[in-house]
Design a protein around this ligand. Structure first.
Ligand SMILES: Cc1cc2nc3c(=O)[nH]c(=O)nc-3n(C[C@H](O)[C@H](O)[C@H](O)COP(=O)(O)O)c2cc1C
Length: 191
């Protein structure tokens, strides 16, 4: 069965994007998928520095995260938007795991042939949509397939109830179809 990994590009305790990734995780789980939720707060890494890499290779948490990416086929990223782009936490994590651990390792093993679904949430009016554009481009340039359906929730501070559930039927509907398209695409490609 295809293996899925869901996470948010925010380490913040009350992150809206984490809440969204957790709901997507529950949706995938209830449809019978083999899906794991991780928190990037559990994988702290220094900012990428070529001198650091030359001196000591990948940080332990980059190795752990890269291994998880290699072991999974499909991914859902709930990405915050920072100044119209990707959060530094997400970019730095993806940059580290794009690096080879040995000279004979094929390039970009963490991304090649993997399938990604992208969602975003922001208290602002664009819902983080602008940050998904560079994220989609980056993932496609490192050999991944990004599914077309995506969700960006604007004014997200009003989107959840006290149980951290989405209240808007359309948000639920689109998130459900994002998760379904990820599972269907992954199953077609990876079995
Ligand atoms: C440095 C910085 C830049 C931001 N830039 C944007 C932005 O361009 N667009 C936007 O909608 N929100 C922006 N925000 C607000 C974030 O969307 C908001 O902090 C959001 O809650 C972050 O996601 P999280 O709740 O998952 O941590 C920015 C926040 C920070 C700290």
């Amino acid at each position: 069965m295809t293996k899925l990994l869901f996470f948010a590009g925010s380490a913040r305790k009350d992150s809206y994007n984490k809440k969204l990734a957790r709901i997507a995780h529950q949706l995938a789980k209830s449809s019978g998928a083999d899906v794991t939720f991780i928190d990037l707060k559990d994988f702290p890494m220094p900012i990428y520095d070529g001198d650091l890499e030359d001196a000591s290779g990948l940080p332990e948490n980059a190795k752990k995260l890269k291994k998880l990416f290699i072991e999974h086929d499909g991914f859902l990223i709930a990405s915050p938007e920072y100044n119209s782009s990707i959060s530094p936490l997400l970019k730095n994590s993806l940059d580290w795991i794009s690096r080879k651990e040995t000279a004979d390792e094929p390039g970009l093993v963490a991304f090649t042939g993997k399938v990604f679904a992208l969602v975003a949430a922001s208290p602002g009016g664009f819902g983080g949509l602008r940050g998904l554009v560079p994220l989609r481009m980056m993932l496609e340039n490192v050999g991944a397939l990004v599914i077309p359906t995506q969700l960006a929730i604007s004014f997200v501070n009003k989107a959840f109830n006290d149980q951290d559930e989405l209240t808007d039927e359309n948000h639920k509907k689109v998130l459900t179809s994002v998760v379904k398209q990820l599972i269907d695409t992954c199953t077609k490609i990876h079995g």
